[in-house]
Design a protein around this ligand. Sequence first.
Ligand SMILES: Cc1cc2nc3c(=O)[nH]c(=O)nc-3n(C[C@H](O)[C@H](O)[C@H](O)COP(=O)(O)OP(=O)(O)OC[C@H]3O[C@@H](n4cnc5c(N)ncnc54)[C@H](O)[C@@H]3O)c2cc1C
Ligand code: SF4
Length: 334
Amino acid sequence: MKTFELTRANENAQAVSVAAKATTAQQGADIRFIAGGTTLIDLMKLNVETPQKLIDINHLPIAKIENLPGGGLTIGAMVRNSDLAYHPIVRRNYAVLSEALLSGASAQLRNMATTGGNLLQRTRCMYFRDTATPCNKREPGSGCAAITGVNRSLAILGTSEHCIATNPSDMNVALAALEATIHIRGTKGDRTVTIGDFHLLPGNTPHRETVLEPGDLITHVTLPPPALGSRSLYLKLRDRASYEFALASAAVVITVAAGKITRARIALGGVGTKPWRSTEAENELTNQPATQAVFQKAANAALRNAKPQSQNGFKVELANRCLVHALKLATQNA
Ligand SMILES: Cc1cc2nc3c(=O)[nH]c(=O)nc-3n(C[C@H](O)[C@H](O)[C@H](O)COP(=O)(O)OP(=O)(O)OC[C@H]3O[C@@H](n4cnc5c(N)ncnc54)[C@H](O)[C@@H]3O)c2cc1C
Ligand code: SF4
């Protein structure tokens, strides 16, 4: 691990002004915020991330969960994953988020990991983490070892010829189904970005993962009030029951009235290069009866544009079954 300088930020403006001196907010940034450190320190030990300066944001006043006046919730960027998952309002009104968080990592990691850090966690593609191999995300223009290599765990939706890495976060998938908004403080003031617009598709620039610019500090995330009568659920399928990333997952937020689906928000994990909201599935579900046949049509629509690689063709069927089963569980006895 290379040497670096550590600065402790005591206020948001100070953190932003130090980070604004970075050349980029993306891969290769020479100045980085450090929150829980569970992604960043790992990657620094592997020499994948080599910042010269770390800004410790653990003392910033952005660690509260609060009700919003018209309903809804605000979640500070420094709220730990475990505190968020066990918060009574989250468990009651946003079960999909609690379940997604608790399906991730381990209890110890969740005690450290933060909301802001989870939004920005990096892919688990093995080549990204191995500096001896080509990787366009780590080193733009060097090639993609995964496309012709080990790609069993990688993406089938949103890929490009330059990168097929999955966004590994469970939390992000739940936030996509909940239509969360990300609040950012930057050098030009405060702005908001919807979760759908926050992460970028790899395209020709897989090293650009989000819309963040140098200096941008995520201050908090807001959730709209829960839709009246809605139920939500997160289902994660993986190689072992705990401490493992998703091969496929589904976040479902759904309202059923008199046997008919009146509203559905669907997102998939483990299969997309970004948290994968499926409006195609939502359209197939809305105003339809809550039946197995309708769930199947929705899942088919969600996976219609899937582009499997040499080893991950099984994910098309797995994600399809995952969504159908999640819909069945979420609408039971509705
Ligand atoms: C062994 C292991 C297993 C895991 N399993 C899972 C799993 O199953 N599911 C899952 O979803 N996750 C899993 N994770 C990932 C874990 O959830 C993330 O590492 C964690 O959420 C990152 O949060 P952090 O606060 O530690 O981020 P950090 O490592 O501190 O930061 C990550 C990135 O975010 C930036 N950053 C942090 N906060 C801000 C902010 N407020 N504004 C702007 N930039 C910021 C940092 O500069 C850095 O680039 C696992 C991790 C490990 C190590
Ligand atoms: S899939 Fe993306 S992260 Fe993995 S090797 Fe290819 S470019 Fe790198």
